[in-house]
Ligand binder design. Structure first.
Ligand SMILES: Cc1ncc(COP(=O)(O)O)c(C=O)c1O
Length: 277
């Protein structure tokens, strides 16, 4: 009603109505403000809706649904008994498993005392360690495994494919280092040594460039078949810069993120997130 009356009076003032009387009232300001606010909100919601519709087919629903479901579905941990019969095993197999787990736990306790003590000392001050520890084991098994095993992989030397831990055991490295292992630990040690020989007179100076940078640029251009090179301190920064450059140059804000991939700590490309704008 109020809006109808106000519109009637305003159209008269604009000369668009012959029946109305041009008369502005105090409440008109509030009505106008409300209209403006409504228009801004509608434009905002409309834009969101258009983006949602355009990107609907590229949307990964699993992370969104998982986030919603996580409010109702809580993680559960197997009891000690359930742990051993999670696959339906019975009788003497359970006894055998119990003995094997105890034997393994005792072995680690006895042979990895320094590594375990080192891990205990840093765990509370080092969030990354707790973070990677959190999802190593499927969640129903975590409680039991954590209580039985308190391991920390801390190494002091490498030799070919082998690593030496703090307790002086040499073991085959089968866990990760996929970037480093492209050429093997020995080659990298050699390259680091040769690199250091070339720049040791300068040391870690920030800002001015060492002449060796020109060689690196030429090599990177050759390998990548690109026209230019940009250096970054970390993969995370490189990804942030690449996304920003792509957005600026294409004038397109949306990027596609493949669920399950890892591109560093920037939340713009965290795995599980879908399309961003
Ligand atoms: C494809 C990819 N992008 C980005 C990163 C992040 O690199 P950084 O840990 O140096 O920030 C990684 C690291 O594993 C990666 O594999």
């Amino acid at each position: 009603m109020l809006l109808g009356e106000a519109l009637h009076r305003w159209t008269a003032c604009l000369g668009m109505s012959s029946t109305g009387v041009c008369q502005l009232e105090w409440g008109d300001g509030a009505v106008l403000l409300g209209l403006l606010l409504g228009a801004v909100l509608a434009a905002f919601a409309g834009r969101k809706l258009v983006i949602a519709l355009v990107t609907l087919r590229a949307m990964a629903w699993t992370p969104t649904l998982a986030r919603r479901l996580s409010k109702w579905v809580k993680s559960r941990a197997y009891s000690d008994e359930d742990f051993f019969q999670a696959d339906g095993a019975e009788g003497h197999w359970i006894e055998l498993r119990k003995k094997a787990i105890d034997r393994l736990a005792d072995l680690f306790q006895a042979q990895y005392t320094k590594s375990i003590a080192w891990g205990n000392e840093i765990r509370e001050s080092f969030s990354d360690l707790r973070f990677t520890d959190a999802n190593r084991v499927p969640f129903p098994f975590v409680r039991f495994i954590r209580e039985k095993f308190n391991l920390c992989s801390v190494v002091t030397a490498s030799d070919g494919p082998k690593l030496r831990d703090l307790d002086d055991h040499w073991t085959l490295d089968v866990s990760g280092s996929y970037g480093v292992n492209v050429a093997g630990f020995e080659r990298y040690k050699e390259w680091i040594q040769r690199g250091w020989e070339r720049v040791k007179d300068l040391g870690p100076v920030l800002g001015p460039l060492h002449p060796v940078v020109a060689d690196n640029i030429a090599l990177l251009k050759y390998i990548s078949k690109k026209d230019e090179v940009s250096f970054h301190m970390s993969g995370t920064e490189a990804v942030m810069a690449a996304v920003r450059l792509a957005r600026f140059n294409t004038r397109k804000k949306l990027i596609v993120c493949f669920s399950g991939s890892y591109h560093g700590w920037w939340d713009g490309v965290q795995p599980g997130l879908v399309l961003l704008c």
